[in-house]
Design a protein around this ligand. Sequence first.
Ligand code: SAH
Length: 235
Amino acid sequence: MNKEEFINEVSKLGINLTEEQLNKLDIYAKFLVEYNSHTNLTAITEEDQIYLKHFYDSITLVKAVDLTKINNLIDVGTGAGFPGMVIKILFSNITVTLLDSNNKKISFLEELGNKLNLTNINYYHGRAEEFCLKNRETFDLVTARAVSNMITLSELCLPLTKLNGYFIPLKGSNEEEINSSINAIKKLGGNIEEIIKFSLPYEESTRNIIKIKKVNNTPKEYPRRYDKIVKYPLK
Ligand code: SAH
């Protein structure tokens, strides 16, 4: 997907990118490639692929939620900033927290954010389940892409979601994984409101965006320690 195609596809999502936003994405793509030459951040380094699989894919979050109405978002396991950093560049109204347990990735994001003069953005090096101890049920919107399976991810993310807020992970094609997490989501106070299925343009791979509303507070015992979350997945 070249830049022209990117602009066109993003406009189909209802977003007309400004010169300033395009310029910031351009700096982002270049800095990602440069930084990646000495520090491993991503396997995707070809520009057309960055625009499709990182930038466009991140922006598809708008299919599930009106981001102009969100105040406070956290991206759990943001890696090199997907989708959280891309969302911040497009929706400067949102206070974005980028969380990752890998400090190299957080350092990259902090440098990038400074280059782009971004404000109302927090960088946090740490694990989601520990971050939750002090930030329980504080985010309007919790998102994540490619971090772990739905059951594990729900235990990491739903405790961070405010009551009546949303947890919206960007998932691939594994529908069985989604279906088998319904009970766990319920236990954690969530309710699947909608599953938005589509294919990525140009390469036609399947995506599912799961729109989960936080309808009850999460019981205090969650999240458990990471080894327990993985060893005894919620049923
Ligand atoms: N969301 C990005 C990165 C995916 S790779 C993308 O889609 O490109 C998964 C990332 O999650 C890694 O950077 C890893 O460090 C982070 N991660 C995994 N478990 C985590 C946890 N419990 N808390 C915080 N970060 C975690």
